[in-house]
Design a protein around this ligand. Structure first.
Ligand code: 1AE
Length: 429
């Protein structure tokens, strides 16, 4: 273990390493040296002095043996390595290659956390709008937000999309997002899609009085995304959906910090299954869908919930929520858990996939007031139609906010839409 006087010049990665027999100190040293100066012991003394500032350091190693508690069934160690800032530039790609490039392929090693140096952290503004900014744009502060997802989009024309948009809007949604599989296509190009949906949002507002943000899918060749974003903004775009993991965190960072792209970014988790689900490999959900998304500038982040059709363990969900809402980012935690000085705005959490009204009480129990309830099939699949599908969700949100169980609320308020949703999907507790 090294005694460094100024940890603020280092980014610290925490790894979980499983191995029945390994010498974890040797493993840690191999990472600290191998991912920085390459070799150390063989260097002459004069060279060691000049290389010292580039050397990675072991911060701590916590070894866990099977049987020490009921949860520990295999031998593992949590290893923290500090990487000197001087080795890499202020891009997330540079950081990730430094802390989890080659070693990501070397044994049962998972990156489970990262804390940033002050210099690295200061290079990022984080979400431009954040949770509070999104609420301000919508003018909704007194309840969880509600979002719906376009379904059946490929092969549909503009009139078809308009019809879907209008029905979702009349159901009482705050946000509507494109399906992430909708790319540029001759039937519904981005500028035309934005214009027609904006028109539908205005029409619905006459009835509901609600503002709506439409997160249009920003796609295309990487070097043309900026141009594409501006084209969409000129057509009236109010938010972007972005497949961050396919393009890279730095691409989101560049786009979200562009002063001319002044709308919120919604990060889709497509491909996240390549990173977090394995116990032994990859990058934890709190890092890949939490800290890195927020640092790169996502105002809103989607991820699977513990209750729907694509399931993520609750503990991992809560770790993402923590990463999106708190300031546990900077390396200062090593010296008494201090908060970072440059505070990032909070990002909205959106537990998603297979969500229906009967899951709303669980979502609000786990995520509280500052969450976006999001559904596609749970709206379009409602037996009374899409508008009723949205209304059932709004009723479920009101019931849960008031601490009333859904069945009692539906019965005592004559909510046929919620009742029908309960009859179809049930209520989970
Ligand atoms: C975790 C992403 C969820 C998503 O993008 C999506 O389209 C969900 O659709 P439903 O609600 O499962 O129909």
């Amino acid at each position: 273990m090294t005694n460094i006087s100024n940890w603020s010049d280092y980014c610290v990665a925490t790894y979980r390493c499983y191995d029945a027999k390994a010498d974890f100190h040797k493993k840690a040293l191999g990472i600290a040296v191998g991912m920085t100066v390459g070799s150390w012991t063989d260097l002459p003394e004069t060279k060691k002095q000049s290389m010292q500032k580039h050397l990675g350091h072991i911060v701590s190693i916590e070894v866990h043996e099977p049987g020490e508690s009921p949860e520990v069934t295999e031998r593992y160690a949590d290893i923290r390595i500090a990487y000197p800032d001087v080795n890499f530039t202020s891009e997330l790609s540079a950081l990730l290659i430094t802390i989890f490039g080659k070693v990501s392929m070397d044994g049962k090693l998972k990156l489970i956390d990262v804390h940033f140096s002050e210099r690295f952290y200061q290079a990022f503004q984080g979400p431009k709008f954040g949770l509070d900014g999104v609420r301000d744009l919508l003018g909704v502060h007194d309840r969880p937000l509600f979002m719906s997802i376009f379904k059946s989009v490929i092969g549909h024309d503009l009139a078809g999309l308009r019809e879907q948009f209008l029905a979702m809007s009349l159901g009482g949604v705050d946000l509507i997002k494109d399906d992430e599989i909708l790319f540029e296509n001759p039937l519904t190009p981005i500028d035309k899609r934005v214009a027609i949906c904006r028109e539908a949002a205005e029409e619905a507002k006459q009835t509901t009085g609600q503002n709506i943000l439409y997160a249009v899918n920003l796609t295309g060749p990487t070097f043309k995304l900026r141009e594409q974003a501006k084209k969409a903004i000129d057509a009236g775009a109010t938010a972007f959906l972005f497949n961050v993991l396919a393009y890279g965190f730095d691409v989101l960072h560049e786009l979200s910090s562009d002063p001319e792209i002044n709308v919120p970014f919604m990060a889709h988790p497509a491909m996240a299954g390549c990173f977090y689900p394995s116990q032994y490999h990859g990058i934890s959900a709190n890092v890949v869908l939490g800290k890195l998304m927020r640092l790169a500038g996502a105002d809103i982040v989607l991820f699977p919930s513990p209750y729907g059709s694509v399931v993520m363990p609750r503990e991992e969900n809560m770790a993402i929520k923590h990463a999106l809402l708190t300031q546990d980012f900077a390396v200062d935690y090593l010296s008494e858990g201090a908060d970072a000085t440059n505070k990032l705005k909070r990002s909205f959490a959106v537990p998603s996939a297979g969500i229906h009204p009967g899951l709303v009480p669980l979502i609000l129990r786990d995520f509280g007031h500052d969450v976006i309830v999001n559904a596609g099939g749970g709206i379009f699949g409602h037996p009374m139609g899409t508008v009723a599908g949205g209304q059932a969700f709004r009723q479920a949100i009101s019931a849960s906010q008031n601490g009333i169980d859904l069945q009692s609320y539906a019965s005592s308020n004559g909510c046929a839409e919620l009742q029908s949703a309960i009859d179809t999907w049930g209520v989970r507790s």
